[in-house]
Ligand binder design. Structure first.
Ligand code: TRP
Length: 326
């Protein structure tokens, strides 16, 4: 039997950071062993942040380099850019005809954008319909997404169901695949790690930068003087140790106790964390430096990915039109 299909996408926002790695990329790297994977750089979706358009092309290249450096393998997965596969847009148009506006207006991400003062345009409203066509055009069975994308996925299922009901069974209903990894907060310990919050460690950060950024991290807010007992369960730095330390052979129990007893100073705890992160990210940085010299390889990877994606997408579009008799 054919392996189940996975599709997921990421908007080209620029350099990727630890939040992308922990929440998304490390999962994708594992999934490629088990599923037939399609991973897409969603450049059309990036148009919702219009100020970014000039940077999109450069950011596509950056994201691709980061993906490859983190372990996505073009021999195992199909890697491509959304706008290079026109059937996504054609299916989007077709699906827009069977999507009631009320479904889209209910979408929390849409409401949130409007509340932030965003322009209420047609593309923003239709964002989940485009996402649906990204998924359905590959007949993906599973979609690894973060929690914030779950309402979009629910809409995709509703749209798939509606299409199948109207025109006959063409699409599987895609299921979400939530990341099992613990959430990682930004360096401020308050918000999700994000480029715009300046609270991130980029995967490509140099060791000195990682050291500087970890030194600035907030620790347990209740610990005021050196030697005060700490509360590791409330400390963002300890959470980072939990996420990254175990695989590096750290004795988490020991850190926990030494923090509680006040023996472990925050400065040393952060220094240890920096060393772990530097160690983890060094192979990534090396691979990235090699890839940056290899413009030709990047082009070739995208071209091959596109050919594979286009074959599948065109075949689905053909079935859609046959089902609708158009
Ligand atoms: N909207 C997703 C995000 O911002 C990116 C995306 C676009 C996507 N199309 C997709 C994710 C299809 C999963 C499936 O993160």
């Amino acid at each position: 039997m054919d392996r189940e299909r996975i599709l997921s996408g990421m908007r080209p926002t620029g350099r990727l950071h630890l939040g992308h790695y922990i929440g998304v990329l490390s999962d994708w790297v594992k999934l490629q062993e088990k599923y037939k994977c399609f991973f897409m750089i969603a450049d059309w979706h990036a148009l919702t942040d219009r100020t970014d358009t000039k940077e999109i092309k450069e950011n596509i290249k950056r994201v691709l380099i980061d993906w490859l450096s983190a372990g996505l393998d073009p021999q195992k997965s199909t890697l491509f850019v959304q706008s290079h596969i026109p059937p996504h847009a054609e299916l989007h148009l077709i699906l827009s005809m069977i999507t009631p506006i009320s479904w889209l207006e209910r979408c929390p991400t849409y409401k949130e954008k409007l509340n932030q003062g965003g322009e209420n345009n047609y593309g923003l409203l239709g964002y989940p319909v485009l996402m649906t066509s990204d998924i359905l055009i590959y007949k993906a069975n599973r979609v690894p997404v973060g929690e914030d994308q779950l309402p979009h996925l629910e809409l995709s299922r509703e749209i798939a169901r509606r299409f199948n009901h109207l025109y006959g069974e063409v699409f599987p209903e895609p299921d979400s695949l939530l990341s099992k990894t613990t959430k990682i907060l930004g360096l401020d310990g308050k918000k999700k790690m994000g480029k715009s919050y300046e609270n991130y460690i980029a995967l490509a950060d140099e060791p000195e930068v990682i050291l500087k950024k970890t030194q600035r991290m907030f620790t347990d807010p209740k610990k005021i003087y050196i030697g005060d007992p700490g509360h590791p369960e409330e400390c963002n730095v300890y959470n980072y140790h939990k996420i990254f330390g175990e695989s590096s052979g750290e004795d988490l129990e020991r850190i926990f106790q030494d923090c509680q007893s006040g023996k472990l100073l925050c400065t040393s705890c952060k220094k240890n964390l920096a060393a772990i992160l530097i160690d983890k990210l060094t192979p990534f940085r090396q691979k990235k430096k090699e890839l940056e010299k290899e413009e030709g390889i990047l082009q070739k990877i995208l071209k091959e990915g596109e050919e594979k994606a286009l074959t599948v997408a065109s075949s689905t579009l053909k079935q859609v039109k046959e089902a609708m008799e158009i």
